[in-house]
Design a protein around this ligand. Structure first.
Ligand SMILES: [Zn+2]
Ligand SMILES: [Zn+2]
Length: 435
């Protein structure tokens, strides 16, 4: 007996636990025998022996229970620490936000590390992961401030800071992509915004308006014309340029083409939309505002094979902008009309196109083959619903390359001399005047 206990107490903890358990089991067996078969025990001695057996069991059992608790406690603690590690690693949603890095922060960090000049492979991986992020986190309603909105806010604030502080050298310009078809171009002379909109998704986009000298609005749709942006632009002393077509407001409150109607400037001024800042340019005409030359070309807001869609009467134009020696072409929601603009004599350094499934980037390219950088826009717009969002993805826009003429690269001219440069919200590219 004593020897046995010695073996137990001198053994390593785990073995000790096992030995103790075996001994208590043995005593338990003896005790059970006493109860079940008292005739095997001697007369009066029976009760005493059973009692002793119980005491022994009790003693050994309590040792076993104590040992069991201690080691279970250690095991449970280790399991809890491991589970906490897994939870942090997986970023489970039930953890308080401050304990984990948000998915928007993590993606933002990666976007910063993989700018447009990165290798085509790493850039393509980033863009496809960006698609996944937007698709997976697409908010059910825009009222819900979701993860995607957090990323737009983050990216917009970063762009605002950069637009404000960036210095642009003579002979170069920098262009930031904000959201949907909104871009900001900074030259040595002026800061020009085109179709900056989207405060219905990310309120801080309004602050972009406050940085501008000129805001060009291609057409009066909410994802291109944003009252909060125009208000901020007007307050900052900017001019707001629109194509001055004849229009009327239809029964649904939409502005539509009408040769017998009023001018666009009148129609917009009537809705008190930054009335003092509005400047009209006739389709086919050119004006100069704050040293920036702006030409508007007529276009159709309907798909080539669906001429009678809901928006076929929407006034819209392509805009060609000349600033500090650069030529910039922005298509807005204008798809191809029968009267395609003659751009052969224009320099097009930057070609901002509306990505659509049915129009290949090369259709745009054929119109201005002299262009240098083409950026596909109208991607990842959250207000158009799930169906449109599903195709307005980088994965589709990247599929527009045909015969290798358009290439996902930047600063690596291909045979065509054009670079196809998809941009993520808030990203920018710097361009130099090429001869
Ligand atoms: Zn539109
Ligand atoms: Zn649009």
């Amino acid at each position: 007996m004593m020897v046995n206990v010695d073996v137990v107490t001198r053994s390593p903890p785990f073995l000790r636990y096992m030995l103790t358990r075996r001994k208590s089991d043995a005593y338990a067996r003896d005790a059970l025998t006493s109860f079940m078969h008292p005739q095997k025990l001697n007369g009066l001695g029976t009760h005493r022996q059973v009692h002793e057996a119980h005491q022994k069991i009790g003693t050994y059992r309590s040792v076993a229970v104590m040992e069991l608790n201690r080691y279970h406690l250690i095991l449970v603690s280790v399991a809890l620490i491991a589970a906490l590690g897994v939870v942090i690693w997986l970023k489970m949603p039930f953890l308080p936000e401050q304990l984990i890095e948000s998915p928007a922060d993590a993606l933002d960090e990666r976007i910063v590390k993989t700018p447009p000049g990165s290798s085509p492979e790493s850039r393509r991986d980033l863009l496809l992961d960006f698609d996944d992020f937007v698709s997976k986190n697409f908010p059910m309603t825009l009222v819900i401030q979701g993860t995607v909105v957090n990323l737009i806010e983050l990216r917009t604030r970063r762009a605002i800071e950069e637009i404000h502080s960036a210095s642009v050298q003579e002979g170069s310009m920098r262009v930031w992509y904000i959201y949907n078809m909104g871009v900001v171009i900074k030259t040595t002379n002026a800061i020009v915004g085109i179709d900056v909109a989207g405060t219905y998704v990310a309120p801080s986009i309004a602050d972009v308006g406050g940085l501008l000298d000129v805001l060009i609005v291609t057409h009066p749709h909410g994802d291109h014309l944003d009252a909060k942006v125009t208000a901020a632009a007007e307050k900052a002393g900017a001019k707001i340029v629109v194509a001055d077509e004849r229009v009327r407001v239809d029964s649904s409150g939409n502005i539509v083409r009408d040769p017998g109607g009023v001018s666009m400037v009148q129609a917009l001024a009537g809705s008190a939309l930054a009335a003092q800042a509005l400047v009209g340019v006739e389709l086919g005409g050119t004006i100069e505002v704050k040293g920036v030359r702006i030409t508007a070309y007529p276009a159709e807001h309907s798909y080539p094979n669906r001429p009678d869609d809901d928006f076929s009467a929407t006034p819209t134009g392509w805009f060609y902008i000349e600033a500090s020696g650069f030529g910039i072409l922005h298509t807005g929601d204008g798809f191809f009309s029968d009267a395609k603009p003659d751009l052969s004599s224009k320099r097009v350094d930057l070609y901002l196109i509306h990505y659509v499934d049915e129009i290949c980037a090369e259709d745009y390219y054929e119109l201005a083959p002299q262009s240098h950088v083409m950026v596909p826009l109208h991607l990842h717009e959250l207000g158009h619903g799930r169906e449109i969002l599903d195709y307005a993805m980088f994965s589709n826009a990247l599929g527009q390359e045909r015969d290798g003429d358009l290439w996902l690269s930047h600063m690596t001219p291909q045979d065509t001399g054009i670079r196809y440069v998809p941009l993520v919200w808030g990203e920018s590219v710097e361009m130099s005047i090429s001869p």
